[in-house]
Design a binder for this molecule. Structure first.
Ligand code: DC
Length: 235
């Protein structure tokens, strides 16, 4: 099977949508900030990392090597994925909510996310998701660079490596800090150096270093910027 370019057609008239794009490395606060911002401003929330995890889960469940680009792309295209607002993730009618966060999926997900065919499929599903809802808060690694470069607000969250590792260690109770720190460093390096849509700050993105900020402080900054962008002359 030939490899497709990782970017599908341009997103289209997203000026009619209210889209907040939030990217950043693991542990930068993306998920918490995106979920709470979505609640505050009344937009739906999409965790796109969970979609890459869902493809990885589906590969493992089908006995397919996640490193095989063609097979993983086929799995992504065929995958029946349901992501409920309460966080439940159903993959091919199986509740995978817990397993997509487990060590087997976490170990393999970066290699699945590096396949251009997988990315093309998921990017198209993410655009469709937002279009059907009139917009949303989407978080991931390529939302501001690829999925919605003309989003209403494009945000890049960062935090020091130590703080990011400590946050993740607090979430995954069965792993110690050193293991989590090593895993985050490995995944960051992989996500930033892959050929297909590597993690990087989009041009013009609002960069927020969350190391010394509370969640409410981050939310206040983003809400102010979103309100400004929504009421600005162009929108
Ligand atoms: O945010 P997370 O840790 O659940 O993301 C899982 C993996 O998916 C991570 O290695 C980066 C990748 N990912 C991506 O490449 N593009 C996205 N839009 C979201 C996640």
């Amino acid at each position: 099977m030939s490899q497709e370019p990782s970017t599908t057609s341009q997103p289209g008239p997203s000026e009619q949508l209210t889209v907040v794009a939030i990217d950043g490395p693991a542990g930068s606060g993306k998920s918490t900030v995106a979920r709470l911002l979505a609640e505050r401003v009344g937009l739906p929330y999409l965790d796109t990392g969970a979609m890459y995890r869902a493809v990885t889960f589906a590969c493992i469940a089908a006995g397919i090597d996640p490193a095989d680009a063609d097979e993983a792309t086929e799995v992504a295209r065929e995958m029946d994925l349901r992501m409920d607002p309460d966080g439940t993730v159903m993959v091919n009618l199986v509740d995978a909510t817990t397993q997509i966060r487990g060590p087997a999926v976490t170990r393999a997900v970066s290699s699945v996310a590096a396949h251009p065919g997988v990315r093309t499929e998921l990017v198209s599903r993410q655009r469709e998701w937002a279009r059907r809802r009139g917009g949303g808060v989407l978080e991931g690694r390529d939302i501001g660079t690829v999925v919605f470069p003309d989003a209403t607000l494009v945000v890049y969250l960062t935090a020091s490596a130590e703080v990011r590792a400590a946050r993740r260690a607090g979430e995954v109770t069965d792993l110690d800090y050193d293991t989590v720190a090593a895993d985050i460093a490995r995944r960051d390096a992989f996500d930033q150096s892959r050929d297909a849509d590597p993690l990087r700050r989009a041009d013009g993105a609002l960069e927020v270093d969350t190391t010394y900020l509370t969640i409410d402080e981050v939310l206040d900054v983003l809400q102010r910027r979103l309100d400004g962008a929504r009421s600005g002359p162009d929108r």
